[in-house]
Design a protein around this ligand. Structure first.
Ligand code: 13P
Ligand code: SF4
Length: 336
């Protein structure tokens, strides 16, 4: 083994990677992260990674790590010529919309999202025809075309705050596309579905499948446990938890509290990151993998940086991008 790889293995171990479950040997991972980090410098590129990405990507290569809101903000005006977005397609598109002059790449263009795939621009136009005076509040997990038809974008970390503001001036709101998040927000805000909030039939394939019964079972065993769930979970889950929010909200909650155990009802990636960030806390992480988030590997990040192929590059038509940008900037305005 050469000395560079040996030092890289040490760096990865210091970051906590050896404690986590990875498919390849540390030697193979180290060879790839070394090469990727060298390519990043040569190509003046940065890597943005969502918290559900594989741990070797997050700990070994990422310049920014976070939830959808943080990543959208981190990518604004970033000092680089190229952004390689390790996440799903709508996230890379958002980065491109906010940085039209930079080249944005995604290592797997087929990394979709069941929420984003559930609705098209034409569906939004039809909703607007049916409810002409209701503003369209759209979850960030949507395509650029859908964002372009929307009034304001929200993420799971600011949806409640923004919806409250929108309801100050409107009686009725269209909330798309996550029916579970919409129902959870309606419950929080005391609004009626079908009259106050018009929903779309979209859902996340990861968060819709957790079993609420498991919460009661674990509570018997760990009575001082804090249960947290992502707001994309159905309300049968949310009713039983102590905290609902985005992935970053959950990490903040762990940081600021002292429960005996934390149950995390979301994609496995968050549990892994939490275990590395807070080694003295105890986690019961529900493990469901997002099939789209986990498509990206170190190998295809390396290929993307090396070849900068158009099949990995994100392009958004100017007329769509400018409208979508307005609705994303409205989110920044309302969220701050
Ligand atoms: P966050 O904004 O909480 O990271 O959520 C994005 C997502 O896709 C969750 O499934
Ligand atoms: Fe989409 Fe669900 Fe995967 Fe998040 S976890 S990217 S909402 S499919």
């Amino acid at each position: 083994m050469n000395a560079d790889i040996g030092n890289e293995i040490l760096r990865l171990k210091e970051k906590g990677l050896s404690k986590l479950c990875v498919e390849e040997s540390l030697e193979k991972i180290a060879a790839l992260t070394l090469e990727i980090n060298k390519l990043k410098k040569e190509k003046k590129a940065v890597i943005a990674a969502h918290v559900y990405q594989r741990p070797e990507i997050i700990l070994g290569t990422a310049d920014f790590v976070g939830d959808s809101y943080k990543l959208a903000k981190d990518c604004v005006g970033v000092d680089a010529e190229i952004i390689v977005f390790c996440g799903v397609n709508f996230m890379a598109e958002t980065a491109k919309i906010l940085n039209p002059k930079k080249r944005v790449f995604i290592p797997r263009k087929d990394a979709g999202c069941s929420l984003s795939d559930s609705i098209k621009a034409e569906d939004v136009r039809n909703l607007k025809k049916n409810y002409p005076s209701a503003p369209v509040v759209t979850y960030i997990n949507t395509s650029a075309d859908v964002k372009a038809e929307s009034d304001v974008i929200v993420t799971s970390s600011n949806a409640e705050k923004i919806l409250r503001k929108i309801f100050e001036k409107n009686k009725q709101v269209i909330f798309i596309p996550d029916k579970y998040m919409g129902k959870n927000l309606a419950d929080k805000l005391n609004k009626k579905i079908g009259t106050d909030i018009i929903l779309w039939d979209g859902s996340c394939v990861v968060h819709e499948k957790f079993d609420p019964e498991i919460i009661s079972d674990y509570r018997k065993k760990y009575p001082d446990m804090m249960v947290m769930a992502h707001s994309e979970c159905p309300s049968e889950i949310i009713k039983k938890v102590d905290f609902m929010g985005s992935t970053s909200d959950m990490l903040k909650q762990i940081e600021n509290t002292n429960a005996s155990h934390y149950m995390l009802i979301t994609e496995c990636g968050l549990g892994e990151l939490a275990a590395v960030k807070y080694p003295n806390k105890k986690f019961i992480a529900m493990c469901r993998l997002c099939p789209y988030m986990k498509m990206i590997t170190l190998e295809n990040i390396k290929d993307t940086l090396l070849n900068l192929k158009s099949e990995n590059e994100i392009f958004v038509e100017e007329s769509v991008a400018s409208k979508a940008k307005k609705s994303i900037e409205k989110m920044f305005e309302f969220a701050e």
